[in-house]
Design a protein around this ligand. Sequence first.
Ligand code: MG
Length: 372
Amino acid sequence: MASETVALIVAAGKGERVGGDVPKQFLPLAGLPLVEHSRRALLAHPGIDRVVTVVAAGNESRVDGETAVGGATRRESVLNGLKAVGNADRVLIHDAARPIVPTSVVDRLLAALDGSKGAVPTLAVADTIAANGDALGDVVDRSALVRVQTPQAFDFAAILAAHRAWPEGEEATDDAQILRRAGHSVAMVAGDPLLDKITFPGDIALAEARLGAIMRVRTATGYDVHRLVRGEQLWLGGVLIPHDKGLSGHSDADVALHAITDAMLGTIAAGDIGQHFPPSDPRWKGAESGQFLQHAASLVAAKGGIVDFVDLTIICEAPKIGPHRDAIRDRVAALLRLSPEQISVKATTTERLGFTGRGEGIAAQATVTIRV
Ligand code: MG
C-alpha cells in the first residue's frame, strides 16, 4: 500500500496580538480567511493526501474541509489533531499564522523524512541579535542560531508517541522540540522568508504583497451566440428582460452568462461549457445558466484562483441594454460573490449588419481575469 501523508493545520489559537474580535487565522487575506491559504497550498501538493484543520470548538464552520477540535494549549491541539487523523505514515504540522507555503519547502521536508523521523525548515538569522534590557546588552553569536518555521514534518508514529510521552503541565513551543525530547534527532532543511508568521497588524498587508508577487495573472475570453425567437423569455446576464422575443437554446440560453462561463473555464484551461454541461444532457433543459457560471468559478477557486475582473460585451440591435446594465452587473457580481466594481457590462450594435443586425440572434463576448 502506498504511504499516506497527512497535513495538520493548527488554527485553534486566539491570536490576540493582531487585534480585533476575529482570531487572526480567520482574518481576510487577499479575500480568503488566512487559514484557507495554507490549507489550499497543502491540499494542492502532490505529496499530501489529506489535510485536517484543528480549530477551537465552535469554529468548525469557519474552515473548509476536514476539521478536528483543539485543546487548551497548542500542544493539546496538536495531540487532538493527531488522534483525529488516526493513522498515517507521515504528518506535516503547520501553524495557520503562516499563510504562504511554498511547494519547494514541502518537497524538501518530505525528502528529508526518508532519512529522519523529523524535519523542520530553518533560516539563518540575518540581523544582529543582542540581549534586551534597560540599555542594549551584549551581542549574541547569531551564527549559532537558526529561525525555525512550520510546516514541520514527522514520522506519524514517532511524533504521536513523543506527544503522548510529553510531561503534563510543561509546554513546548513547537513539535520538533517534542520529538527531540523523545530522543530523536531532527533534520533541518532550507526554510523560506515567504513562510513568515502573521504576528502584527501590518503583517497582513505584507503577506498580501508577497502573495500578489508570487501569483500569476491569467486572462481568457469567451464567446457565444443564441437565436432570438418568439415565445421564449429573454435572459441576459442572469436578468429577465422584457422583450417581444427571447433566446432559444437547451438551457435558459443566457448568452451573456455562457460567454462569461467559457472565459472563466478558459483561465484554468478547463475546456468549455459544452464539455461540462452537454446540451444532450436532459438535466440542463431550461436550466438557469447562473449555475454553470458558479460551477466554473468553483473550479477556479479549487485551483486557488482569485477572480479579479469580468468584462462583458453584449452584441445586439434590440433590446437596449443600457437600462438593464446595472441589474446585470449586480446579478453577475452576486453569482460570483464579487463587488459590482469588478464587473464591466458593455453593449454594442453591429450597425444593422449580419445576424445580430437583422435581429436573428444575440452574441456576447467576455474576458475574465484571475490570479492563481
Ligand atoms: Mg450558449
